[in-house]
Design a protein around this ligand. Structure first.
Ligand SMILES: *Cc1c(COP(=O)(O)O)cnc(C)c1O
Length: 465
């Protein structure tokens, strides 16, 4: 399989190259040149497979020119071995035809583990074969950092440096990163804010000479194709469990960067019968506004009870736009150039197509709290604030009651105890046993000034050891 850029003028890459690349040189994002198509019979034959086996079948066509099937099997098995539920992604029924797909049984209790556990193993495998080592560098204001660190903890050929703003992430979030110890794991607390951290990461990618040319730098942010690929699997898994492919299923997805829901869209393109995909946003509603006003317009970031969805633009939306504009890369390049300097309007035909596939809802903090309470009172089920946004949007959009509606539960409620408490009457969710030890475990991190040269010399020294 070849991967091409959404802006039409970068060279096509194979899977291994795409794994090690962030943005395409033309500024676009990589997408598969052609998608595999699943027949009814093929999907039927997958029913009853364990999650890991299903993941292997679905992922193989995307990687097979670079990774032999047997090797992929070991990588997938290893990636999902640290999940603490035998089903990996269990379905829970809320009421007569509303379901929740629990994507929070991985090591950091959020859905990002699905992609980042696999990504760590893929990178380590590829680097072993190339006899090379890579450096992952990222900035985090919370959750992505811990999921990336957990994904790399056993990698022999990957060193990971995660920058977080000193004393500006929550205790639990910091401990989820700093209690993972290993010679290849480096937590840096920067005396600055999140934007400072991100700016230093960006500058390091623009000029990585501080690494002495011996290692390449890899980004693991949500534009990495391998992350999207891993997320396709659970849509199929849920559909099969609910009677698919003989029956349509709808999904409601708490959305930030549009990575998770884009994977659902791909599943539909490959043949999975999905009735509707619901874009559920918090007050940061750039995508809800796109769907209702056909206009792509930045807004400043609002801080909400669902911080992992606090974004001003959704980078992966460009991947959908590419399809909505009939894969005309130059048209996308034009649109994005215009967007760099101001708001843009999308064509009516593109938006008409978008609305046949997607529905959208915006859910504010008060509604989020009301939903946590409502679901607890009616279903004795505790939602985290991100998942609550999904369930609320699902209920509001569920017009075809015969079609099962599945909300992706993207985080464990114990990660957001303050929001659950604020909802009023819902008892505090307990931390799973392995997390309970978190508050006593030893931490390891280095506090450094907000200064690029100091960060770079710290990294060079750590890699030389
Ligand atoms: C990252 C995240 C999201 C948003 O996912 P996108 O792929 O960015 O749309 C939703 N919920 C939680 C808990 C997350 O960590």
């Amino acid at each position: 399989m070849k991967y091409i850029s959404t802006r039409g003028s970068a060279p096509a890459l194979n899977f291994e190259q795409v794994l090690l690349t962030g943005l395409a040189p033309d500024g676009g994002l990589y997408v598969p040149e052609h998608l595999p198509q699943w027949s009814r019979e093929e999907m039927e034959s997958w029913r009853g497979l364990e999650y890991r086996d299903l993941a292997h079948r679905i992922i193989l066509p995307f990687v097979e020119e670079c990774i032999p099937a047997a090797d992929l099997k070991s990588l997938v098995d290893a990636a999902y071995s640290d999940f603490r539920h035998d089903a990996v992604a269990p379905l829970v029924q809320l009421d007569s035809n509303q379901w929740v797909l629990e994507l929070f049984h991985g090591p950091t209790l959020a859905f990002k583990d699905f992609a980042l556990q696999l990504l760590g193993h893929l990178l380590d495998y590829v680097m072993e074969r190339r006899h090379e080592k890579v450096v992952i560098m990222g900035a985090t204001s919370g959750d992505t950092g811990s999921a990336a660190i957990e994904g790399c903890r056993r990698c022999r050929n990957v060193d990971i440096f995660i920058l977080h703003p000193h004393e500006r992430v929550s205790n639990v979030q910091r401990r989820q990163m700093t209690t993972v110890t290993g010679d290849n794991i480096h937590n840096i607390a920067v005396e600055g804010n999140f934007d400072d951290c991100q700016a230093m990461v960006k500058a390091s990618f623009a000029d990585n000479s501080f690494l002495g040319g011996e290692r390449s730098l890899v980004a693991v942010n949500s534009i990495n194709w391998a992350r999207i690929m891993a997320q396709i699997v659970y849509y199929v898994y849920a559909s099969l469990a609910l009677g698919g492919p003989a029956r349509e299923v709808s999904f409601s997805v708490p959305t930030g960067n549009f990575g998770d829901i884009f994977a659902g869209y791909l599943a539909k393109c490959m043949g999975l019968p999905i009735a509707k995909l619901i874009i559920a946003t918090n007050k940061n509603d750039v995508l809800h506004r796109v769907m209702t006003q056909e206009r792509y317009a930045r807004q400043e970031i609002h801080h909400t009870l669902s911080p992992s969805m606090d974004i001003s633009i959704s980078s992966n939306f460009e991947r959908l736009l590419f399809d909505l504009y009939d894969r005309d890369g130059l048209a996308i390049a034009d649109l994005m150039d215009n967007f760099a300097v101001g708001d843009v309007n999308f064509s009516a035909s593109a938006m008409e197509r978008a609305r046949t596939l997607f529905d959208s809802r915006r859910v504010n903090d008060d509604e989020t709290l009301a939903e946590i309470d409502h679901t607890y009172q009616h279903c004795s089920y505790t939602l985290d604030p991100h998942s609550a946004i999904g369930v609320r949007a699902a209920r509001e959009c569920h017009s075809q009651v015969s079609v099962p509606m599945v909300t992706l539960a993207t985080a464990h409620p114990a990660k957001f105890p303050e929001a659950v408490a604020q909802s009023g009457r819902v008892p505090a969710p307990g931390l799973p046993p392995h997390m309970a030890a978190l508050m006593d475990a030893e931490e390891r991190f280095t506090v450094l000034p907000n200064e690029l040269s100091t960060i770079h010399s710290f990294m060079a020294r750590a890699l030389a050891d």
